[in-house]
Design a protein around this ligand. Structure first.
Ligand SMILES: NC(=O)c1ccc[n+]([C@@H]2O[C@H](COP(=O)([O-])OP(=O)(O)OC[C@H]3O[C@@H](n4cnc5c(N)ncnc54)[C@H](O)[C@@H]3O)[C@@H](O)[C@H]2O)c1
Length: 397
């Protein structure tokens, strides 16, 4: 057995996602299980250095999780050759600048979505990484949710026949912050700080739809700022300048129609915070975060519209739960393990900065559709073209 220690700069690790998903549930969990054991006897051991602005917070986070290294000096971390990966979970507006620096320092890149606030910058990062020859990856955690993995199994098995339409309901009530504390950071509701549910959630919807059902070809979207005033972390009232709901329709390859409601101003009356219903000629399914239920055409009830009598069919009882045949680990951790194997063993890792840029492309086009009140086509995205006058070859189409 040979142990490969991988130095990882973790920036933005004191935040909600950085601390909970990436540090505790991924990197600390991997260290506690003894690293990532690979088939060839290699064990990959992540060796993080926590980076941020606040010395006290970093020190306490590091000691709480048995991590030896922390720093408030990103440049110093970047110049240390032991650190070969730069990871970023800062607020979205800060990401591009830090990633540019890290690419320049020759680090491999792994980061949260959206990769930047707009398509131009996202594409620039993908191009820079490609040109520099550094490996790169973007968090696409929803692909690793048990419910979505079950849905993917149904798609791959041909269960649906021809897929006709998909309906996605995402959201919950995010408290305004006055009489109950908000459960999301206030920058989410300020456009100037990179907020807005379109940029946040369309980055997810793009890879979920592309990977499960077919490439997104067109979007029609209307957004809304339903809650105008909120209260921030300092108990100050602020005006929401970003939308907190988006009502979108997407058209996919093969003519599949997707309706996706995303809202932080909706009360949950469904099985989960995200539910995805897929209707096909042979059967239908509804997936949540962990579960997925199906109804085959042979089990489909035959309702007749008649409001004069009590409803004779219990519709919700006519679905069958898919069994949990696999053991599902935390999705963020699973993706970290795959990324570490990509770095050390050169194993496949398809979710790169170009895939991330596709998410930003969809949110930009969603915003354009809303502003112009029309359908907008989603063009193919490549990193071909020129950058700073130099020709860059397309990595993929
Ligand atoms: N994959 C997912 O499901 C998912 C879910 C939520 C958020 N996110 C993404 O993760 C990122 C972080 O979101 P969050 O909810 O954890 O936000 P957060 O506000 O809780 O954390 C942001 C981090 O950035 C740091 N930061 C903020 N301003 C800074 C500054 N001026 N200088 C240096 N550091 C600064 C903070 O200290 C903190 O560590 C966002 O890009 C968001 O879109 C992803």
């Amino acid at each position: 057995m040979s142990i490969v220690n991988v130095g990882i700069i973790m920036n933005g690790v004191t935040g909600r996602m950085g601390t909970n998903q990436h540090l505790i549930r991924s990197i600390v969990a991997i260290r506690e299980q003894g690293g990532v054991a690979c088939k060839n006897g290699v064990v990959i051991m992540p060796d993080p250095i926590l980076v941020g602005r606040n010395e006290e917070k970093l020190k306490s986070l590091a000691s709480k999780h048995n991590i030896a290294r922390w720093s408030t000096n990103l440049d110093e971390c970047l110049s240390d050759e032991h650190n070969i990966i730069y990871f970023d979970a800062q607020t979205t507006v800060r990401r591009a600048e830090a990633i540019r620096k890290a690419i320049k320092a020759g680090k491999h890149i792994y980061c949260e979505k959206p990769t930047a606030v707009g398509l131009e910058e996202s594409l620039e990062l993908a191009t820079l990484a490609y040109k520099a020859g550094v490996k790169n990856g973007v968090v696409q955690d929803k692909l690793f949710l048990p419910g979505i993995l079950k849905l993917k199994r149904l798609v791959d098995s041909g269960f649906f026949g021809k897929i006709l339409a998909v309906r996605m309901e995402f959201g919950y009530w995010v408290f305004e912050g006055d009489w109950q504390q908000a459960q999301r950071p206030s920058w989410n509701y300020r456009k100037e700080d990179g907020g807005g549910i379109i940029s946040d959630m369309f980055a997810h919807w793009r890879y979920v739809l592309d990977n499960l059902f077919g490439n997104v070809r067109a979007v029609s979207c209307i957004g809304a700022t339903h809650i105008q005033k909120r209260v921030d972390e300092e108990d100050e009232i602020y005006t929401a300048t970003a939308e907190d709901a988006a009502y979108a329709t997407f058209e996919l390859d093969g003519g599949i129609i997707v309706q996706a409601n995303s809202s932080w101003a909706v009360r949950v009356n469904r099985d989960d915070l995200l539910t995805i219903q897929v209707d096909g000629t042979e059967g239908s399914a509804v997936a949540g975060l962990r579960d997925c239920k199906t109804q085959h055409r042979v089990n489909t009830p035959k309702p007749v519209w008649n409001p004069d009598i009590a409803n004779p069919i219990s519709f919700l009882d006519q679905w069958q739960e898919m069994p949990t045949n696999d053991v599902y680990d935390n999705g963020f951790k699973v993706q970290w393990e795959l990324f570490l194997k990509h770095i050390v063993l050169d194993e496949e890792f398809p979710w790169d900065l170009l895939e991330g840029a596709k998410g930003t492309q969809l949110s930009d086009l969603g915003l354009e559709s809303w502003k112009e009140r029309r359908w907008v086509d989603v063009p193919e995205l490549t990193i071909g073209g020129t950058l700073n006058g130099e020709k860059v070859k397309a990595a993929k189409s």
